[in-house]
Structures are given as structure tokens and as C-alpha cells.
Ligand binder design. Structure first.
Ligand code: PEP
Ligand code: MG
Length: 325
């Protein structure tokens, strides 16, 4: 099957009904980069910059961060890379950056919250990204955004760094794309404001599921009990797709859901046209989409999501649909 997936690498990612699907991969370390060419992914939809911090024994300096990002962009050889700013805290522990013990670390001082409270840390990282992407396109996104106002604060820091670079006569990125991860449910009631404010949105379904369903993503005792293919979660995701269309804002999804054929199929059925996944999933997901008619699936899935009386679950419908096609 590996050989079969490899043979699909250069096949256009078109569904049976002609929908063009953007398949990207997730990465975080240099060892991930060769998979970009091997898998045929169009780019890196999520680059987890905290990995460099997690494997280091001391805080990486600006120069080290810059060299690392520069190397990533070089290895990506022109394919787009979406860098996510530091997402530490919660389940992502950086040993030399230990804050006080928190009773609920997932809900605590982490990701963009930590970055805004330690603006020096964030500015260093933004500077490293701006420098590494000089003359290229820089796509960056923020993790764990809870209120749209947080983005304004980051934008101001970014603007300061841009001005600093140009004052010093340094080359700037040719183009800058500013995005947000959608993984905190509060953003579901700020969708239009959010989409007006950013160039793109990337759904972090791992955390969105954890927070929306109140299940610890790392606790098998409860995490396995609820289904990403359940009605409430799929309805939630469908609202996000609709908001993207309404606001002409590109929407993608980079959580684990995109890596599994059945749930990726569900995503295409509710309207996603761009997903980012683990590198090994690109082949299997492409095989799935080449055999999928998204229109036919939507014609069955949409009514089920709208139906409050039906006793069949979306998972049952999807499994049955996959078996029939
Ligand atoms: C997510 O939350 O879905 C996500 C992609 O980010 P991470 O898994 O790094 O939290
Ligand atoms: Mg997340």
C-alpha cells in the first residue's frame, strides 16, 4: 500500500465531482521536512515552533530560531510554510520555562496568553521569522486565541518588529499572511470579527474538541468516550466553513481529524477544501478523496446534521457511505 500511495504523489487532488482539495502536512522538526517532497503535500499547514524549544535544554536564542526557520524554508523549497508562534503550556512542557504549578494547565497560562505576557519572547520569535523569511512569503498564525482583541496586540508587536527591521535596512518578507488558530469555542461567537481581522483561519480540532466537549485530550478514559464525528462537533465545524465562505476567508483544519480517512471524508462532506495532517496520512487521505463525490456525501450528511429527530449517527452514515462507495 505504501507503494500505491507513493504512486498517487503527483496525481492532482481532485474529488470525483471535481473539487480541488488542498492537502498540506504538519511538521515541527527538521526530520519532518523530507516528507514534504515524499508525500506530495502542497506545503506545511502547521509548523509547531514549540518543538525546537521542547528539545532544547536552554531557551533558543534569536539567532538559533532564525537559523532554524531559514533552514525550514530552504528545505521547503518554495512550498508555503505556516509557522505557528510558540504554543507552550498545557500539554506542551518546556523544562527551563516552568511557571508555577497550575491546577488546570490546559485552561491556564499558555500559548498566546503567555506570549502576550512575555512580549520580549514573542518579539524575539517574530523577529526571527521576519528575518528568516526575508524576500519570501511569511505565513504566521497564533495558537489558542480566545478573543479577537488578542490579535490586535500581536499585530502591534509585529508592526514594531517590521519597523525595526526596515529601520535597520534589513530585507523584509515579500508578503505577510497573518492567521489565527480556531481552537477555543469562544471564537465561534466572534466568527465574523475574527475572519475580518485575519488572512486565514486554521481549525485546531484537537483542542477545539477538548474545550467544546469538556474532555481532556490526553485522558483516554474520557477522550475515547466522545466522537469527533458526533452531531454537535460536526455542526460546529460546519458553521466555521460557512463563516469562511461568507467572509471570503480561507479556512483550513490542522488537527488529528484530518489524518483519518473517515473523519477527513466528513470534513470534505461539510465543506472543508483544505486540510493539514501528519505526513504519513497524506497518501491515504488522497486515495480517499480521489474516490469521493463530495456533493453526494453532502446531500446525505447535511440533512442528517439538520435533523434533530434522526436516530442514526453521523458516524453510522459516514461508515455506510464509505462502504457503498
Ligand atoms: C490542535 O489543537 O488541533 C492543533 C493542531 O494543535 P496542537 O495539537 O499542537 O495543540
Ligand atoms: Mg492546539
Amino acid at each position: 500500500r505504501q507503494a500505491q500511495f507513493r504512486s498517487l504523489r503527483d496525481v492532482a487532488p481532485l474529488t470525483l465531482d471535481g473539487q480541488r482539495i488542498r492537502l498540506q502536512m504538519n511538521a515541527g522538526l527538521m526530520v519532518d521536512l523530507p516528507h514534504l517532497a515524499e508525500s506530495g503535500a502542497e506545503g506545511i499547514g502547521l509548523f509547531r515552533t514549540e518543538l525546537q524549544f521542547m528539545i532544547a535544554s536552554t531557551m533558543p536564542k534569536m539567532e538559533e530560531q532564525e537559523a532554524f526557520y531559514r533552514n525550514v524554508l530552504k528545505q521547503a523549497a518554495g512550498k508555503p510554510v505556516t509557522f505557528r508562534t510558540l504554543d507552550i503550556g498545557g500539554d506542551k512542557v518546556v523544562p527551563y520555562f516552568r511557571a508555577a504549578e497550575e491546577e488546570n494547565p490546559a485552561l491556564g497560562w499558555r500559548a498566546i496568553r503567555l506570549s502576550l505576557d512575555r512580549p520580549g519572547l514573542l518579539r524575539t520569535q517574530l523577529r526571527a521569522m521576519l528575518r528568516a523569511a526575508a524576500g519570501l512569503e511569511l505565513k504566521l498564525m497564533l495558537p489558542m486565541v480566545t478573543e479577537v482583541g488578542e490579535l490586535k496586540a500581536v499585530r502591534e508587536l509585529l508592526q514594531k518588529e517590521v519597523q525595526r527591521q526596515s529601520k535597520m535596512g534589513e530585507n523584509l518578507p515579500r508578503k505577510l499572511q497573518f492567521g489565527a488558530m480556531l481552537e477555543v469555542p469562544s471564537l465561534l461567537w466572534q466568527l465574523d470579527e475574527l475572519m475580518n481581522d485575519v488572512d486565514f483561519v486554521s481549525v485546531g480540532s484537537n483542542d477545539l474538541f477538548q474545550f467544546a466537549m469538556a474532555v481532556d485530550r490526553g485522558n483516554a478514559r474520557v477522550a475515547d468516550r466522545f466522537d469527533v464525528l458526533s452531531k454537535p462537533f460536526l455542526r460546529m465545524l460546519r458553521e466555521i466553513v460557512r463563516a469562511g465562505l461568507r467572509n471570503h476567508t480561507p479556512v483550513t483544519l490542522c488537527g488529528e481529524m484530518a489524518s483519518k480517512p473517515l473523519s477527513a471524508m466528513a470534513l470534505l462532506g461539510i465543506g472543508f477544501r483544505s486540510v493539514s495532517m501528519s505526513p504519513t496520512a497524506v497518501g491515504p487521505i488522497k486515495a480517499m478523496l480521489l474516490a469521493l463525490d463530495t456533493g453526494k456525501l453532502a446531500a446525505e450528511l447535511d440533512p442528517l446534521l439538520d435533523d434533530s429527530k434522526s436516530t442514526i449517527t453521523p458516524r453510522q452514515l459516514l461508515t455506510d457511505f464509505a462502504a457503498r462507495h
